[in-house]
Design a protein around this ligand. Structure first.
Ligand SMILES: *Cc1c(COP(=O)(O)O)cnc(C)c1O
Length: 421
């Protein structure tokens, strides 16, 4: 099936007389006929639900749907995107290990890698993803366990050269993990370009309606965990009587381990109700991504011509720094987020935001409703102008997450707000 059909049909096939729509299985637990059957489940010798922290039928339907959309062999839903990023990394790296990450990544991931994981003994080197190959190679150490980046970085909006990052990682027997939140599998499928693991904050476009937090990890199933570098997969897990994941589960070792070991112990699971909402969003994802992308391109092109605008960043613009990578990796559209710089700095930025009527002020992106944020007066307000410049943020920078309203209404609101500054 094509993505449009997968969004509606993958993950749940109703039996004769069963509910047409994936049901919310609001049960923490499951009944079995014999103690032997339950013992087999705990020994991972048979498949089945036994406790909703580890697996739940509603959550399972969403996992199968997103795995199908990304072209992976399995997936694991989490309570948030942050939890997905955390588990995706802890499943591979432990104290004493090292991560190589692109520096253009989500602020939450940057803090997790740069500060919190450091306290766990995992060190991260951040690199400019467009640095020369030799510089990137030099950043890989003997204890490096993975390479990490974002398809379309939040908030920098730079496009990752996934194929070149995959060959960098694979040349050193390392997996490439890609956060595909902003692109979604409708605009880009990183596994097809050589990524090994894909991560999402489903809170963003997969949900789309700004109603449900969630995350997901998708396993491509192709990475060889037995290349000598990954003891997590080739040495016995004492918590399962000495089970060796790579031996017991072959190509699905990564995603099985994330579930039965890390989700069991860390507990950051998605709920049945949450998965139901995410599924509702997924059903219309292809329609929404096309509209978000079309509206964002129109907004970017219109703003670029406005005399009060200094610059616009959107990978879909022909003269954008990521234009050629966007052409390759995002041929169907560059998603809904744009950023632009107003002439006149911090104060003008705040006045512009206060003048908006239709467009709402939100600390969120990927909402079906257009929203705007001024980093200098919100997410980055502790920084002075010099510190902002160090982060590559102009005091007049505005980020807009373009929704699916009629473009003429979005344009009218931008126009009247720009008239007031
Ligand atoms: C929002 C976001 C996250 C974190 O997801 P939450 O669901 O907010 O925890 C991770 N990566 C990217 C790219 C994001 O935009």
């Amino acid at each position: 099936m094509q993505p449009e059909s997968l969004c509606l049909h993958a993950g749940y096939e109703p039996a004769n007389g069963a509910p047409r729509v994936v049901p919310i299985v609001q049960s923490t637990t499951y009944r079995y006929d014999s103690a032997e059957e339950i013992a087999k489940l705990f020994d991972l010798k048979s498949n089945g639900f036994f406790y909703s922290r580890i697996g739940n039928p509603t959550v399972d339907a969403v996992e199968q749907k997103i795995a199908a959309l990304e072209g992976g062999i399995g997936a694991l839903c989490t309570s948030s995107g942050q939890a997905a990023v955390l588990l995706s990394v802890l499943n591979i790296a432990r104290s004493g290990d090292h991560i190589l990450s692109a520096s253009s990544i989500y602020g939450g991931t940057f803090n997790l890698f740069g500060h919190t994981l450091k306290r766990f003994g995992i060190e991260t080197t951040f690199v400019d993803q467009n640095a020369p190959q030799a510089e990137l190679e030099a950043a890989i150490r003997p204890n490096t366990k993975l390479v990490y980046g974002e398809t379309l970085a939040n908030p920098a909006l730079s496009v990752l050269d996934i194929e070149s990052f995959a060959s960098l990682a694979h040349s050193r027997n390392l997996p490439l993990l890609v956060d595909n939140t902003f692109a979604t599998p409708i605009l880009c499928r990183p596994l097809e370009h050589g990524a090994d693991i894909v991560i999402h904050s489903s809170t963003k476009y997969l949900d789309g309606h700004a109603i449900q937090l969630g995350g997901i990890i998708v396993d491509g199933g192709k990475f060889n965990w037995r290349n000598g570098n990954f003891h997590e997969f080739t040495t016995p897990d004492q918590s399962y009587h000495g089970l060796i994941y790579a031996d017991a589960f072959g190509p699905s070792a990564y995603i099985v381990k994330a579930r039965v070991q890390l989700m069991r112990d860390l507990g950051c699971c998605q709920s049945a109700q949450g998965a139901f909402y995410t599924n509702l969003g997924l059903e219309t994802l292809p329609l929404r991504m096309a509209r978000h992308s079309a509206n964002a391109l129109q907004a970017a092109q219109w703003l670029q011509k406005h005399k009060k605008i200094q610059s616009v960043t959107y990978p879909g613009l022909a003269d954008d720094k990521s234009a050629s990578l966007a052409k390759k990796y995002l041929p169907k559209g560059s998603s809904g987020v744009i950023s632009f710089t107003l002439k006149g700095g911090r104060e003008k930025g705040m006045r512009f935001l206060n003048s908006l009527r239709l467009i709402s002020l939100e600390v969120h992106v990927a909402d079906i409703r257009t929203s705007a944020l001024h980093p200098a007066s919100s997410t980055h307000r502790q920084l002075n102008d010099a510190q902002l410049a160090e982060c590559g943020i102009d005091p007049g920078l505005i980020r807009i997450s373009v929704g699916i309203e009629n473009w003429e209404d979005i344009r009218a609101d931008l126009e009247q707000a720009l008239e007031k500054i």
